[in-house]
Structure formats: C-alpha cells, structure tokens
Design a protein around this ligand. Structure first.
Ligand SMILES: Nc1ncnc2c1ncn2[C@@H]1O[C@H](COP(=O)(O)OP(=O)(O)OP(=O)(O)O)[C@@H](O)[C@H]1O
Ligand SMILES: [Mg+2]
Length: 332
C-alpha cells in the first residue's frame, strides 16, 4: 500500500559540538509523506540540531538522511528546493513590511510578476496579515510575526515544511490560532510537516505521529493515542512536603511499589508519581504508606495518562520548564 518513499528519513545521526557536547546521539526518524510528525522534547534534547541537519544548515558527524527523496549531504540544493523552513528564531526582516518580506522571499525562489503578486496576496490573506501587510514587522505582535514566519516558509510551495517550535513564546490565544492554521496546512494535499515542540499538548493535538527525543535520540515513537494507551490505569501525582534524597527515593520506591495495584513509581525531588489500576481507590493506601514512611504530602492528583506521563515513563524525568504548566490543564 505505502510504496511511496518517506518524506524524511534519518539514520543514526551523530552531531557533536566543540567542548564535547553531544547534540545528537544516534537520531533515527521516518516521516511518511502527507503527515504531520512531532519531535517532542525539552531544552537541549536535540530537536533544532536535527532540523538543521535535515534542512542542510548543518552537517552530521556521521549518519545519513534524505528529505523528499534527496540525500541531504549529496544533494543539498535539491533538498533546499523541496523544503520550507521556519526556524526557531524569526528570519523576517524587522524593518521591512510583511509584504516586502514575502516578496523578497518569493523573488529568491524565482517568482516574478503576476505569479509573485498572487502568491504574496494569497499568503497574506490566508495568514490574516492582509491588514498589516504594509506595516514594518517590528511593530507586529508575537503571533503575527510567527504567522509571517510560516507564510515565508510556504512561498515556494514546498513539499516538506519544517516548523521549529512554531508556538513557543506565544500567548494561549495566538497559540490556538497557530494550531488552527497548522491543522489546515496539514490538510493540504501532499504537504508533510515536521514540527518540533516543548508542548506535549501541541504534539498531541497536531501530530499523527510523535517521537519523544531525549539526549539526542528518540526514546519512543508512535501515535499520541498509542503512546497514551501504553499507560494503563491512572497517573497519580503526589507533591511531597520535602525534597527526597537518594536514600529516601529508594525507600519510597520500595514502599509505594509494593502496594497492590500500584506500578511504576518515579520519585523526582519533591514529587512522586505512580501508575495505579484505579487511581482514586489507591489514594488512601498511597497516603497511608507515605505517612508511615514519614513523608508529608502537600497535594495529590489523579489524572488520565497524558503524553507528559509517557515522557516521564521513558526518560525517568519530568519536563522542568515552568511554561510546561500550560499543558497540565485540560482533560484527556
Ligand atoms: N552551535 C552550537 N554550539 C555548541 N553547542 C550547541 C550548538 N547548537 C546546539 N548545541 C548544544 O547541543 C544540544 C542540543 O541542542 P538543540 O538546539 O538541538 O536542542 P533543542 O532540543 O532544539 O533545544 P530547545 O528546546 O532549547 O530549542 C544542547 O546541549 C545545545 O547546547
Ligand atoms: Mg531548539
């Protein structure tokens, strides 16, 4: 059925930076054409390094990759013609207007005359920038700027679009608008989107498949639902009154892990998380065990497993950024 070549394929990419920083440590990826793929991971996981190699802006130390069927090392020019790139930091010229930015980008890709006019007008319209088209970009809001960035990446009708953190730093309203726009783009015929994000909720919402990246490689990959489905039962999160040290961690893991219907205990600083067959039913037992261990509990919550829990399960760590709280909200 699927005889078409992958839109993106990366095999065992390794990338180190001076000072012995290993940015990529065996990165493997396959993205099917016409799908949205989410590369999910915290700061420094290697998301941008992957995007830079796939978009020919950096070379790997070893490993191979193709994009739209072209080898990124042997035919970077062909790759560049086939892709659109929206970098983590805006590439728009702040002192030019939105329209000027789009026209320049179009000319760089060989568009002229009526074709260029039509393409620019169409993109301004579609990204609701028509009213602001003749204003300098430095006066744009964060959301407008990001929408212009995406429009710039689409000027030459690429087959594969790379979006490096399309919504980081946007307020919830602008983020929602961007999600709608990316969702619409994804519905367009043939367009493949590889997006990177810190936001589990974003990957869950937009991507058909998600890879969780940790320390330069993929730790788990699948559909958001499959990843969530792997987590039986409920996720119970317990906020402890004090930070637990190494010895206390081992003790707590033993005490909680031995309880009936309780699995996969992770203790991290002043938080303990477990999976329970029935979270609400397990709560009194869990609280009793913690009390006997002399550990005070400040707060306890029971939730259906989220991608956040998948991340925790596969990496043994939580997201640390405070802005990740954005994704804690919402029912799943
Ligand atoms: N040009 C560079 N020189 C030195 N180290 C680098 C360079 N670019 C990236 N790194 C390091 O490589 C690792 C991976 O960085 P990368 O930018 O790929 O992460 P990321 O997942 O995109 O993170 P973020 O979510 O913060 O954007 C980090 O440790 C980073 O400090
Ligand atoms: Mg990055």
């Amino acid at each position: 059925m699927t005889t078409r070549a992958p839109a993106v394929e990366a095999r065992q990419l390794i990338k180190t930076y001076p000072g012995d920083v290993t940015a990529l440590n065996g990165m493997d990826l396959t993205v099917e054409p016409g799908t949205v793929f989410g590369l999910l991971g915290p700061n420094g996981a290697g998301k941008s390094s992957t995007v830079k190699i796939l978009t020919t802006l950096a070379r790997p130390d070893s490993g191979s990759a193709t994009v739209a069927g072209h080898d990124v090392l042997r035919h970077p020019d062909r790759v560049r013609r086939a892709i659109g790139v929206v970098a983590q930091n805006s590439g728009a010229d702040p002192v030019a207007t939105g329209r000027e930015n789009l026209r320049l980008q179009g000319r760089l890709h060989g568009l002229t005359g009526a074709d260029l006019d039509r393409r620019v007008a169409g993109l301004l319209d579609r990204f609701t920038l028509a009213d602001a088209a003749n204003r300098q970009v430095k006066g744009y809001s964060g959301g407008m700027r990001r929408r212009l960035d995406v429009a710039l990446g689409l000027v030459h009708r690429p087959q594969v679009l790379f979006l490096d953190e399309p919504t980081t730093g946007l307020d919830p309203e602008a983020r929602g608008a961007m999600w709608d726009e990316i969702g619409r783009l994804a519905g367009e015929e043939g367009l493949t989107i590889l997006l990177t994000t810190h936001y589990l909720e974003e990957a869950d919402r937009l991507a058909e498949r998600v890879a969780i990246v940790d320390r330069g490689r993929v730790v788990v990959e699948g559909t958001p639902d499959a990843l969530k489905g792997e987590l039986r039962g409920d996720a119970v999160h317990l906020e402890l009154r004090a930070t637990v040290g190494e010895a206390g961690r081992t003790l707590l893991k033993g005490a909680l892990g031995g309880l009936p219907g309780v699995h996969e205990v992770v203790v991290d600083g002043h938080r303990a998380s477990v999976r329970a067959d029935d979270g609400a039913a397990a709560m009194p037992t869990l609280l009793g065990a913690l009390e006997r261990a002399g550990v005070g509990v400040a707060a306890a919550t029971v939730a259906r497993p989220s991608l956040d829990d998948v991340y925790l399960r596969y990496t043994g760590r939580r997201y640390t950024q405070t802005d990740e709280l954005v994704l804690a909200g919402g029912e799943r």
